[in-house]
Design a protein around this ligand. Sequence first.
Ligand code: GLY
Length: 384
Amino acid sequence: MNSAKGHSDRHNVVIIGGGIIGLSVGWQLLRRGAPVTLCERETAGRGASWVAAGMLAPHSEVGFEEEDFLKIGMESLSQFPQFLDELDEDSGQRIELDDRGTLIVGFHRDDTERIRRLYEFREHLGLPVTWLPGSAGRDIEPLLSPKITAAIWLPDDSQVNNRELMDALKTAFVKRGGVLKENTPAVSIVLRNGEVAGVATKNEDIDAAAVVIAAGCWSNCIDGIPDDIRPPVRPVKGQIVTLRMDTDYELGHVVRAPDVYLLPKDDGRLLVGATQEEMGFDVTPTAGPVMRLLERGWEAIPSIYDLAIEGIEVGLRPGSRDHEPLVGPSGIEGLFYATGHYRHGILLAPATAYGLVDMILEGTRPGLLEPFHPSRFSRSKRTR
Ligand code: GLY
């Protein structure tokens, strides 16, 4: 590597990607004394992590056969208070958890049977969950439609203002001495003698003892990664509508209904999301999917009909082949992945950051992250 071209530090860790995962890992590395440079292709914190809804909802999001996700999701949620305390310490910005709980509602008979299966699975897992027959869900959330036929109440799911979180992370990263290079896409990782030696950008090469690819849906687009260990991550388009709640409009809970969720935020936004579309890197808002979201939202909470539309935004989730993250060693000495978090980047930030920092600095293999080892996709089954 031509270190004369740019910044040179053999202890440096270079993070590729300034979303929730890249900033969290970088900031936690700095807290543990490692020098960090972060390369972000555009503006840090303004990609998918900004468009996200900020739900911290392992109990409602867990799918059948996703018990590894549930385990890491619950652990990560339990790490949030420590994560936010540390963030307050380093950024001076206090981010609060909003733990008002989630209702999953159904209409018609097939919905009711569908959510009954969700309920029984959660009961089987020992999660706190209540079955509310008929319209009993309206006792908890009076704005629900009288047409609901059943609901599940999940009191322990939370949410956070992800935009405040991103701003605080960026501040904390810089205040802790991180070098933040925005509008700096990583073109290639640089290998020397089969080990990672740095990252090449358009303007310079940056030496590194370790590199973390946390580039979300672009993680697959960086040159220099051998084909057999290239992370199989693709963009999954999510369109989300922001409505503005009047001051006397009181939706008190997160509501999930077929193909839609409604998240009231404490700053008066009501998020109605989100589509899941295989449209490559297209970020155009489109009428049909948005119409459907609003229709589904209106079926669940009819009074949204009169709320003002504040905006329609599009984010690109990083989805791997099994929709679970890749966190850990890539198979090349010094090259780590922290990508593929799909719908769960905000929730999994603390567990990813704490666990990966231990791996990088101490060479440990935290058990919680073992199911998400990148080698599950590697054709050559490299394990480093
Ligand atoms: N985490 C919600 C979503 O991806 O839409």
